[in-house]
Design a binder for this molecule. Structure first.
Ligand code: SF4
Ligand code: SF4
Ligand code: FES
Length: 251
């Protein structure tokens, strides 16, 4: 079944822009990205859109469809009724470059601020051993395709540009959690670093990041809450407190 659907697409650049109306053919089985491509091919050859795999795996085609952050290649047109106007806008949290393409370098800067895995001393590469349970725990976090929809959705930065300097965002706090839970990581203060240097305290566990994750990663329940618990447990555990005092005195 084919039909003509109404689309409203944000057109513009960093100086400003507006929503523009189009009518585009929709065919059975198509996704929003198919429509954007048809729009480019038939009416707006200069429409800017970022995409790569069209299979939900590269994380490039993130945008907001009817106000909801989504991957355009994984949003079926059958989600909407033929009478509905489908509005496509760029991710709101990042600066617009052109049309649906945003500058996501905020995320790369945050990624660079997190120290990488620190190998354990005295264990040669190839001799690392981990329990299967520990492997599985980090496996969930490693499904991340870096679409940055969670970063775009988190209210801490979505409407508060001023928080961006201090807050790494759910994707990169999750990376901290992954390393904190890694039994071989020799860097021992990941949770405290997340709290003190990467803004973990800004997160009030609303779970909005989890709701938009196309990989269905339980970002809040499995990464952010355990990270908060570890930071608090170690800070208020009397034995840990005493140990740190002794270390400071003998140091
Ligand atoms: S759970 Fe935390 S990181 Fe996720 S959207 Fe809410 S405040 Fe942001
Ligand atoms: S955690 Fe999920 S929403 Fe966030 S960047 Fe990774 S895949 Fe995207
Ligand atoms: S084009 Fe790769 S995730 Fe959509």
């Amino acid at each position: 079944m084919s039909y003509q659907a109404r689309f409203r697409v944000w057109r513009g650049d960093e100086a400003g822009g507006e929503l523009t109306d189009y009518e585009v053919e929709v065919n059975e089985g198509e996704v929003v990205l198919d429509i954007v491509h048809r729009l480019q091919a038939t009416q707006t050859p200069d429409l800017a859109v970022r995409w790569n795999c069209k299979a939900g795996k590269c994380g490039s085609c993130s945008a907001e469809v009817n106000g909801r952050p989504r991957l355009m290649c994984m949003t079926r047109m059958s989600t909407f009724s033929p009478e509905e106007t489908v509005t496509i806008t760029p991710m709101r949290t990042f600066p617009v470059i052109k049309d649906l393409v945003t500058d996501v370098s905020f995320n790369y800067e945050k990624a660079r601020e997190i120290p990488s895995f620190q190998p354990p001393e005295g264990v040669a590469a190839g001799e690392y051993r981990m329990a299967q349970e520990d492997v599985q725990r980090s496996q969930e976090f490693r499904k991340c395709i870096e679409c940055f929809l969670c970063q775009n959705t988190c209210h801490v930065v979505r409407d508060h540009e001023e928080n961006k300097a201090a807050f790494a965002g759910p994707r990169f706090l999750m990376r901290q959690a992954e390393l904190e839970m890694h039994p071989l990581d020799a860097r021992k203060r990941r949770a405290e670093e997340a709290q003190e240097e990467h803004g973990l305290g800004y997160c009030n566990i609303t779970k909005c990041c989890t709701e938009v994750c196309p990989e269905h990663i339980h970002i809040t329940d499995n990464a952010l809450i355990p990270l908060k618990e570890r930071a608090v447990d170690r800070k208020y555990d009397p034995l840990v407190w005493l140990g740190s005092k002794i270390r400071r005195r003998t140091g």
